[in-house]
Write a protein of this length. Sequence first.
Lengths: 92, 722
Amino acid sequence: MALFRRSSQKVAASAATRRTAKDLRLGETGTICCLEDPEMALKLLEMGCVPGVKVRLSGRAPLGDPLMLVLGDQEYTLSVRANEAATILLKE
Amino acid sequence: MAAILSNPSAAEAVASQAGAAAGARPMRIALIGNPNSGKTSLFNQLTGLNQKVGNFPGVTVDRKSGFAQLTHTQRAEIVDLPGTYSLYPKSLDERVITDLLYDKSSASYPDFVVVTVDANNLRRSLLLFTQLGDLGLPAVLALNMMDVAERHGVNIDLPALEQELGVPIIPMNARNGIGVAALKIVMAQRLDAPPVRCWEPDDQLLPMVRQIRYYFDLHNDYLALHYAQQFRQIGFLSADDKAYLQELTQQYGFDPTAQQASETIARYARINEILLETVTVTRTETREPISNRIDRVLTHRVGGYLIFLAILFLLFQAIFAWAQYPMDWIDQGISALSATIQDNFHGPLIRLLTEGVLAGLGGVLIFIPQIALLFGFLAILEETGYMARVTFLMDKLMRPFGLSGKSVVPLISGLACAVPAIMGARTIESWKDRMITIFVTPLMSCSARIPVYTVLVALVVPDEAAWGIFNLRGVALMSLYLLGLFSALASAWVLKTVLKARERSYFIMEFPVYQWPRWKNVGLTIYQKVQAFVLQAGKVIVAISVLLWVLASYGPGQQQETAEARVRQEAPAQHWGDAEISRRVASARLENSYAGSFGRALEPAIRPLGYDWKIGIALLTSFAAREVFVGTISTIYSVGQDADMGTLQQKLQAEKDVNGQPFFTPARAFSLLVFYVFAMQCMSTLAVTYRETQNWKWPLAQLLYMTGLAYVAAFAVYQALA
């Protein structure tokens, strides 16, 4: 429980500036706004992380990283490292 | 086609064009699609047992191809390409595809492509499809997993989609073969390039693109753009061509990353338009997908690892305990056959047959049950989609060692064989991660070590249950595997601190949906691997066995005869019985044979490890391939044993040292076991490491590092236990 609270505080702090897929709470859904890292973006785009698509954090690996992201309405799951998820910016 | 053939002049007129279909050579069709889109299932459905695994020219990626009977008269060659998400390759694996599809003059250029598309993932699958269409390749779209899509309430207006994409679409379900017949009918016809273009290079790019197109005489603007994007990695371009493209792209200030990103986004925009008109989703299922619920259990923070460990343990129990029965039958069958032959026939040729060929052959056949079980297990884990979850579970754990979650699959495949495992490391995009994975994979205990482990563990570990459930031999076997794993991780960590590379590693991967394994695919994998083992490894093993028998049966000059005479002279004084005399004679003859001389020369170096010259011979031959060890010792120990002496284990137990005590003490056996865990004794692995790294430094370092480690560890074990 303590872990959970600490991570949500982090979310609150960064929310003022910008939110990324990494900051999603478990089960929360966001919409992709843009991709930050050009090189990473190419790979993410190919895998379907296109601006405008919905993304939901459906799980974390036991050690907190990588993340399990469910994309779009047709529901397929990607595994992405936390630092990679941090390059996916979400719409406010 | 039949109509054309009935008219010779017309046939000639189109011969150059339609020669392929008319039977001059069978049509060549490439299968391409996203990973997990059912490509392999479709390939197996089309070709059945009629397939072979080779290499793509110049690289070592498996090239699976086979023949499909399309109609009564028409056969086609089907080439299975690695799964990919786009035509912009990120890994070496995917480059095979571009090399094949960019070179129209190549002999292996496909006549058309069958694109497998997951009906549940249309948006993403169509990205690859539209790229292929824009290259001007004739294509058929195999719309797979229709049953799942229907269950999810996805309705696809097929005629409208066909219209939009300009290619035939075959709805199908490759797992159970629905739609395959219809696909074959379409494949048997001659197809034209799709008339529809989804995306074209914009006007700004055209001057550069056209220049490339005319310079290389390409048929299509989009292909020219791909040359500009990827010329550095295209295998068939000459250095001059690359220099030309380098200069040209610089001159136009071409930014490949930005162009690729804008192209991908534009394609998605177009695909969205198409899908809006052709696909409607009526959700019939509101429950969470079963896969997600399974994931919550299998990737649980505690349960996930426990389940993974349990699966690994089951694997080792299967390999050791369950495989024992068929192995015993094979072992007894071979020795019974050998004894029958020796009872009825005599002469040096018969001895060559039984002690050389049959002993070697037994050494090959006996491992079929274990190899089949291991590859079967791995295939099931891969088929069900569990392997991807293992990658996910292990990523964070592997990173401190300089590996990534993707290294887990090569490492686990390394349990079967390091050669395909090292090739499998191609899916790792980061250079450093990949090099480390390649370097440490041979430390994982491969199936070639199973023979050695099995024989030696059975010799010194009792066949008893510990705590009522675990077979002690199974536990010993698992410890050996764990030792291999830990040494691989430790070595990776060392390498991580030594290697310098400023490069980022990716870990973006799709989770396949859980599904029941397709037993046909599992069966095919087992069949292919066993066949490869028997034919490839088997040939080497039998050849070495025969060679060894000759070396062990004959010696330089009169040495063997002198030694025999000396033993017979001593015999009356020592009061030896007949059996004792013949044992001592055989031993003296072997010691003075060619093989004995080799072993003797090696003995000073290996005595600290507890080995004698007989094991020395086995070590020497093992450097070609580890599995030769068992064949070698069974040959060496059959020479000078009665043929009806029974199985190899009995022969080894009967082996006495100079004091008449059993030779294979636990200290000796464990020292040997540890040696085989670490030592680099496989020519094929060294060769494949060289091919994959393109640098002799790597295989050389592997050889010295692993063999050095083996020597030190075996020395420590023997000295500690003796």
